[in-house]
Design a protein around this ligand. Sequence first.
Ligand code: SIN
Length: 305
Amino acid sequence: MSKLSLAVDIAGLKLRNPVMNAAGVLGMTPLLLKHVYDSGAGAVITKSLGPHPRAGHPNPTLVRVEGGALNAMGLPNPGAEYFVDEIKELKKMGVPVIASFFGGSVQEFVDVAYILTKAGADALELNASCPNVAEEMGMLAADASSLEKVTVAVKDETSLPVFVKLSPNVTNIKIIAKAAEWGGADAITAVNTLKAMSIDINFKRPILANTTGGMSGPAVKPVALRCVWEVAQAVDIPVIGSGGVTTGGDAIEFMLAGASAVEVGTAVMTHGVEVYGQINDGIREYLKENGFSSVKEVVGLAQDS
Ligand code: SIN
């Protein structure tokens, strides 16, 4: 019997396994990200980095809700330049780094991509889908032609693989995914958080200072899975699944729908950072029990049935 392998290759990025943290989760310092890697992730993803330091929204920015959590951080970050040394430090420790980034204009996206490429990141994740900031910075992923333009510009600037992270808050995610692919995206991450809100009935006010936030966690998994399914049908590049993955079984569901890898965020709140290793254990067990020798054999299988 051949040896069981969890290794994956996403657009040339070779990883020891298909599980990563979602951008923003433990992504603020190299030590936290190293901890994610040591806990079993195949690569780590930084907090979304922009052209300038940004304070983000006032508190409260996070609230637990049934089935997950809502966040409205507002893309707080120290700026891409500040993170250059952090990326170098992670690389020295042997950690594969995907740098998540955003901008307020095409030029800003390009400038930040340049900084992060020079810093030595292994890949870039273009965050086109934060639901908590002004449209030009966040919901680029709602407009196919703008997304294509920014992807083309970023791809012209960097030789790194570029993963474009899409939003579930759109009418037709297939059209948006296709636009990113036309722009030269090397992979699609599906999806960012679902726009949502929560109200305090005693104060009679929205709980989040930003009024609305992005929902993540187990309750959004069926939505994210449907998005991965549709994106995988629309494009010929790899898809990375994100949204409510908590167990190895969840990761397998995303792979059967067409994802080559998964990102895990909210599950860290409920299961701790050990969740990365636990998900890999679950994937390994499933492969063994079902007679597969690699993750690749599972990707998109449900699409063929
Ligand atoms: C935020 O910073 O508000 C969340 C980031 C994102 O959803 O991309």
